[in-house]
Write a protein that binds this ligand. Structure first.
Ligand SMILES: O=C(O)CCC(=O)C(=O)O
Ligand SMILES: [Fe+2]
Length: 218
């Protein structure tokens, strides 16, 4: 075993469980080491090597209101699918978290959708809510970061605001970190960054399928 492998193994033990009580009390929670280092690295390398055509320009709004407005967001996304083994591993794990949230918080979360996001240097995502009260089936947002190294000077922080516009959290997008928050409560934004920034953003949803039509996703 090389020293590098030993380091990876050692780091692999340092994962943290999500603090469900804190999530219930404050509406959001940040976990520093949600996944083992080796798994983060695998996802990071996978995202980095995806060809251009594997990504699409991210849009805003849903269904009829769907537009790609690069004044608002400039990231590129790729929806995860169960067909791809690495993507499926992430989906499976987030489904286990869904079951835990339902068990412990009685949230009645029905499913989970998520996409990889790539913010090239200079990209941002202006202040927004991920869901509007009573109008969306997105209940909980999860953001998981993949870059192994990230510093303040790199920008690209996630800023989460309180109901009076005050800054609640400024989050460095570092590998292993998971942020979970109520989708229709917390206004947030991604500041302009100077480096390629990779993450997986997802939403736990209630069942909003009507007449056999599955709710379209943005
Ligand atoms: O990447 C982040 O830090 C947040 C992304 C986000 O707000 C979104 O995709 O809705
Ligand atoms: Fe968002």
């Amino acid at each position: 075993m090389t020293q590098h492998d030993a380091q990876l193994e050692a780091d692999d033990f340092a994962t943290e469980a999500i603090d469900i009580d804190r999530l219930a009390a404050q509406g959001y929670v940040i976990v520093s080491n949600f996944l083992p280092r080796s798994q983060c690295l695998e996802l990071f390398q996978y995202a980095q090597q995806l060809p251009q055509q594997a990504w699409q320009q991210a849009g805003i709004g849903r269904a009829d209101n769907y537009t790609t407005n690069t004044e608002v967001r400039q990231d590129k996304i790729r929806w995860l699918s169960a067909q791809q083994p690495l993507e499926n591993a992430y989906l499976t794990m987030m489904d286990q978290l869904r079951a835990q949230l339902n068990r412990e918080l009685f949230m009645g979360l029905f499913d989970y959708e998520c996409h990889l996001a790539h913010y090239p240097p200079g990209a941002f995502y202006r202040k927004h809510l991920d869901a509007f009260k009573g109008r969306s089936n997105r209940i909980l947002t999860t953001v998981f970061y993949l870059n192994p190294e990230w510093h303040d000077a790199d920008g690209g922080q996630l800023v989460i605001y309180g109901d009076e516009g005050q800054v609640l959290e400024t989050v460095l997008p570092e590998a292993g970190k998971l942020v979970v928050f109520l989708s229709d409560v917390f206004i947030h934004e991604v500041l302009k960054g100077t480096r390629d920034r990779f993450s997986i953003t997802g939403w736990y949803r209630l069942n909003a399928s009507i007449g056999g039509l599955v709710d379209p996703t943005s």
